[in-house]
Design a protein around this ligand. Sequence first.
Ligand code: SF4
Ligand code: SF4
Length: 236
Amino acid sequence: MKRIMNLAAETDGRLYKSSDPVRMKCDGCGGKASCCRATDDTIILDPYDMYELEKTLGGGFAAGYGKYFELRVVDGITLPYLMKSKETGACALLGPDGKCRIYTHRPGFCRLFPLGRLYTGDGFSYILQTGQCPCTMPETADVTVAGWLGIENLKKYEEYALSWHKLTESRQKAATELAVAASKPSPASAGRKPGTVEELVALSMQLLNIFYVRDYDLSRDFYEQYYERLEQITKH
Ligand code: SF4
Ligand code: SF4
């Protein structure tokens, strides 16, 4: 998800790579798990998250939709996000003990927080968003970015994250262009240009169907399946 940031005001001003030490520590906010209680609709799931959810919840999109995640439009394309519990207002996957019910399979957004990614040209750096939680402890630097994320085979994951960012960014650009075209009257028909709204919906649904709705084969490596699906979508 794109977000325009004021880097000087919202981060510690540094750009990190995965091997860099970073000054953070999480104590679960003394059992309050503040970040998991203020998610609203901000935790957007990517295909790797969907694969991990499928593993831990025992079912894919059909099993989790409406229970753990819903859909919303993010910069022109439709993507799933983690739902809030109607009773508590916290993330639907936060247990009554204040612990994440899927901790070892938690989404990438949750693993990162309060880190973020700043995409620059053909890569990205990690950034530390300050003032968002009490984890940023200036006196400690006992964890690396890679250690904080705790993702197996991080290099492969980072290549995938960049690939997914590029794909969603290009789809968002295409969706914006189609939305602009759809809003303009066509000179021929004196109405909107024929087909543009339909194209816009198809563009959004194609991404959703290929990378989320179709279950992953959990006996196979995620990345193999992601790149197969990527090849399929880029052929269209
Ligand atoms: S990541 Fe930060 S806000 Fe979330 S539980 Fe840990 S200390 Fe609290
Ligand atoms: S999935 Fe887990 S870590 Fe992420 S917001 Fe929900 S409870 Fe917190």
